[in-house]
Design a protein around this ligand. Sequence first.
Ligand SMILES: [Zn+2]
Length: 702
Amino acid sequence: MTAISHSPAQNAIVSKWDDTAAAHMSEPELLLYRSNLLGSDLRVTNFGGGNTSAKVKMKDYLTGEEVEVLWVKGSGGDLGSIKLDGFSTLYMSKLQALKSRYRGLAHEDEMVDYLPHCTYNLNPRAASIDTPLHAYIPKAHVDHMHPDAIIAIAACADSRRLTEVIFGGQLGWLPWQRPGYDLGLKLEALATAQPQLKGIILEGHGLFTWGDTAKSCYETTLAMIRLAEQWLAENVRQPVFGGARTGVLAAEARADVAARLMPALRGRIGQAERKLGHFDDSAAVLEFVCSRDLPALAALGTSCPDHFLRTKIRPLVLDFDPASPDVDALLAGLDGALEAYRADYAAYYERCKRPNSPAMRDPNPVIYLIPGVGMLSFAKDKATARIAAEFYVNAINVMRGANGVDTYVGLPEQEAFDIEYWLLEEAKLQRMPKPKSLAGRVALVTGGAGGIGQAVARQLLAEGACVMLTDIDGAALEEARQSLLKVAGKDNVAAAQGDITSEAQVEALLAATSLRFGGLDILVSNAGIASAAPLEDTTLEIWNRNQNILVTGYFLVSRGAFRLMKQQKIGGSMVFVASKNGLVASAGASAYCTAKAAEIHLARCIALEGAAVGVRVNVVNPDAVIRGSRIWDGKWKEERAASNKIETDDIEEFYRQRSMLKLSVLPEDIAEAVYFLASDKSGKSTGNVLNVDAGNAAAFTR
Ligand SMILES: [Zn+2]
């Protein structure tokens, strides 16, 4: 075990504004440029957080008159990657006219329905809830950011006085208020009353800054964040978080604990809806989870609304002593810890709910903190789980700053509830597209570098699964991973080189899958080789190679997957990619055919034992999938051609003509069958064999 100390990066945020690049940009383009620059640095604003705007003179499409149009980041998206179509555009005159419709704070939510009536140029981008905040600040260019350093000050008990001390009258201050129409009017009133201000700090929330030009607005935003960072660096008490309470396990041991813990948690919180996990043991996280202040600070909850919408108001701190690490005891304590958390969450819901509140949502934690090990997060997809972890790191940064200079304050419980169960947020959730058929599922595909392996991975990814690819050939595997990254996001694809005939490597592969995604739901056992030789010429080496890969390898991977699935207690599906030759004896390939027959029988045996724990096992039998095949690339093609007395180049046509349907079988055809058996569409099938061979009477099952 080692001690950990982490200090956030000390290099100051610098302006990336390029006058040459900006010289010929229109005002909307300058807004876009500024937004992308701001969004490119997580210290300036968190992922998906904050928004920017510009009030631009434009021609009215109907009258040709010059009108003032508010360009403001629309609902959804991230500033770092936003494009021009991510901004909504609204007539300023109409936004001003809205003031006459406002009936007071109790009715502010209804103002959201008026926003579409203010749209300029039929822009389909929905205006965000923050639109009035930008509209009513009487400045041409406005930034609203969530910088950790500013929120640290905004989340201090004494934040109003500290704002004065640090910014010396450059920034105003407004007490906590949920973002909405009324806050827009408050910002307007303060900015109008104190025209010398460069911006306003919102208590427990973030920063507003403005300027007469896009560039001056950008520079002011950075200058204010720099001031905050510098002041915190000079004033935060050491050691932070009250110093270390525990040591830290070595990196490998941390990963081991997480890999065992994640499937156990995933099964317990994923009964209703599968979740994906993310592990973070960065220095900032370790410093916090090993600190004396961990229990007290974690209990206070996060402050910025953006933070807790992603992380839930509180994390679950698990009881673990890295000085005498006992993972079995940790696992044994999970049920109790989760039950207590859920009961606590239900009590919070009951205390705070209003007559029209939406029904209670999933009461399970999103963030899990383990002393000496790190942080886990779980969400409905991998990107959401990763982003939740990033948000909690934002929250840790805020607590480090706030608690280091003053007393950190979380958001009042009722305020947090009103945001979490805000009807406008609920409406956003209801608008989310229906999840894909394999959403929340984790698949492991062996032989992932080959044609069938890649086609299977592509299909599972397209249906919403996360995929761990493995192959013995590291270079080909990396090529396959790169090609899959082009069709699926970086969150959903991973690869680990490994030899399925090695017990240790298979165990490591399954642990890597758990660590990367949280567990396992689908195993596609597809690694393969082929050989052809008359019996007399079949060497023991050829025989053993077929047995090792096609039988022992399949046994090792499925045994490991079975144990993992059983531990998760949410079932699973295994699909073996075997061969027609497992059912039909073929002269001159006894080693291969025998191994394939054993493979099919192994699947049936596991299906018997798997049924009791909801694990289904089925087989897809391809025949003559030549295109993209790494097996058919080599000697096998020549061997089969020779044995069938034809030219190598004619082999595809030969097999097509041999099939009943006179069709070639492609990797995508196998992928379709694997997907069917892997998904809930085949939820009542186990122990089956599905032939995908364009018709072969000898292979008919019976
Ligand atoms: Zn905000």
